[in-house]
Design a protein around this ligand. Structure first.
Ligand code: MN
Length: 509
């Protein structure tokens, strides 16, 4: 049997730190469910002391995870952070506190203003404190990639002696070359006494486009845990992409002598889900999950693939769930079929909630005849967006064309149930709709990006709009909306972004 590599997913912590990628608690719970289905070993669910929203997410995910997966909470090497993490993790059957401190000269001199001795003392004190609250404690040596290797070994020895169960040696800034990073992992694994009794983790960033190569170099040199995110989401250029490292291990497992327990046919769905929830689209040529990952367009390649798939394709698309489902629902499918399909997609509902989903399904099915999984996911997520909304779009009427003046009449309800009807003109129908919405909301925000995408095939497909706005304080928010009418999708997306902006500012208060 090959050596098992544990997968710690940090989409909900490191991934969420990407600009505009903040998720609310409900959305984090949806992602966590998918991660559990996918069979990851650990979920880093948030940074509890950073906000009430993060605290709630850790606590709710702890409750739903049961004993299936380790649930981790992030903290700095500060007592109040660690206490708060432990408190949030009370619901978890398998809680892990993650704590750590910077160990590179840059971090110690410029950020922490601490000497090497002080850092070692602080690190082991933090681990010992966390250890008094939970059994499973992970220590991260922040910016290990740029640390003095001898000092790194010293810090890690101290935290292992203090009872750490997992030691993470991250290349926080994505600076290392893969063989250098591999050598660093080997050094820790050779020189730290007792390291064989703890898990050794790698955590890499993609600043030089090598996050997956770095993680793999770590695995080759003794790492037993890889920290990664769906779609490689994360600070700056992002983290190691879960789908890439998992498939690299799968394709080369025999020669590497390792395996993971990830259920790879879930990869495509997880990617789509995270992309839709965060509003961060996946580039078409992205490895494993990009829209073109299994598309062949040149004649020579098409000819080859038709003769034998292996000529130009190393992965069978069905291995990563990229083939889509053969099951297509229609208006005649009925409740049982819809409920069954939703269950297979991982969604279960109370009867009253299900009825609402069914009604929306019928509307869509009437309009477009064939309803695909992607449409169902859109219906469910659209509804989940509505639940926490502050402003809701009740009706939108647009007049546009040539030579008309584009005019929007919108009916919007606020959270107190007050209904307002407004009208505005604009340079185009979307502009008119947005101006009408602005009149109700009364907050100045800047529209940065606007993108429309058809969720499924055909001219009658649901159109999904993603917008990105900048709040007056400079923070960025994404919003999404879907409908058969793209102007309605656009208005819903804008209201969704505004709702997120307001929710986030309340969560911080
Ligand atoms: Mn990171």
């Amino acid at each position: 049997m090959t050596r098992k590599i544990e997968i710690l997913d940090t989409t909900l912590r490191d991934g969420e730190q990407s600009p505009g990628c903040s998720m609310n608690t409900q959305e984090k719970v949806i992602v966590a469910r998918e991660l559990i289905r996918m069979g990851v070993d650990a979920i880093e669910a948030g940074f509890p002391i950073s906000s009430p929203g993060d605290y709630r997410a850790v606590s709710e995910i702890g409750a739903l995870a049961g004993d299936k997966v380790v649930v981790c909470a992030f903290s700095r090497a500060v007592e109040k952070d660690i206490d708060c993490a432990a408190e949030a993790l009370k619901t978890a059957a398998r809680p892990r506190i993650i704590t750590g401190i910077g160990v590179s000269p840059t971090h110690m001199n410029e950020k922490l203003h601490m000497s090497e001795d002080e850092v070692v003392a602080c690190a082991s004190k933090a681990v010992a404190h966390a250890k008094s609250l939970v059994d499973d404690v992970e220590f991260y040596a922040e910016d290990a990639g740029r640390a003095d290797p001898a000092f790194l070994v010293r810090v890690i020895q101290a935290v292992v002696d203090a009872g750490a169960t997992v030691v993470n040696v991250p290349d926080t800034t994505g600076y290392c070359l893969p063989d250098e990073y591999g050598a660093l992992i080997k050094m820790v694994s050779d020189e730290v006494k007792g390291i064989e009794n703890v898990k050794l983790a790698v955590h890499a960033h993609n600043d030089l486009g090598m996050a997956t190569a770095l993680a793999l170099a770590g695995v080759r040199n003794g790492a037993t845990q890889v920290e990664c995110t769906i779609n490689g989401l994360g600070e700056r250029a992002g983290n190691t992409a879960l789908e890439e490292i998992v498939m690299a291990i799968r394709m080369h497992g025999d020669e590497l002598g390792v395996h993971t327990d990830v259920v790879t046919p879930e990869l495509t769905r997880a990617s789509r889900l995270v992309s839709r929830i965060t509003g961060m689209s996946v580039q078409a040529n992205k490895a494993i999950v990009g829209a073109n990952a299994f598309t062949h367009s040149s004649g020579i390649h098409q000819d080859g693939v038709l003769k034998a798939r292996a000529t130009y394709e190393i992965i069978d698309p069905s291995e990563v769930g990229a083939t889509g489902s053969d099951i297509i629902l229609s208006a005649r499918s009925g409740r049982a079929a819809l409920r069954h399909r939703l269950q297979e997609l991982g969604y279960t509902f109370e009867d009253s909630d299900f009825e609402e989903i069914y009604e929306r399904f019928l509307e869509i099915a009437d309009q477009k005849k064939e309803v695909y999984d992607e449409d169902l996911e859109s219906i469910v997520q659209e509804r989940q967006r509505d639940i926490e909304s502050i402003y809701t779009l009740n009706a939108l009427q647009i007049q546009c064309g040539d030579p008309l003046v584009p005019t929007a009449v919108a009916t919007i309800t606020d959270e107190d149930g007050k209904k307002v009807v407004v009208s505005a003109t604009g340079t185009g129908p979307v502009d008119a709709a947005y101006k009408a919405i602005d009149m109700v909301v009364g907050i100045e925000s800047d529209l940065q990006e606007f993108a429309v995408k058809a969720i499924t095939r055909g001219i009658d497909a649901i159109g999904e709009v993603t917008v990105r706005i900048t709040a007056p304080d400079g923070r960025v928010y994404n919003g999404r909306g879907s409908d058969n009418d793209i102007i309605v999708s656009s208005a819903k997306a804008y209201i969704n972004a505004i709702n997120r902006m307001i929710q986030a500012s309340r969560a911080r208060a």
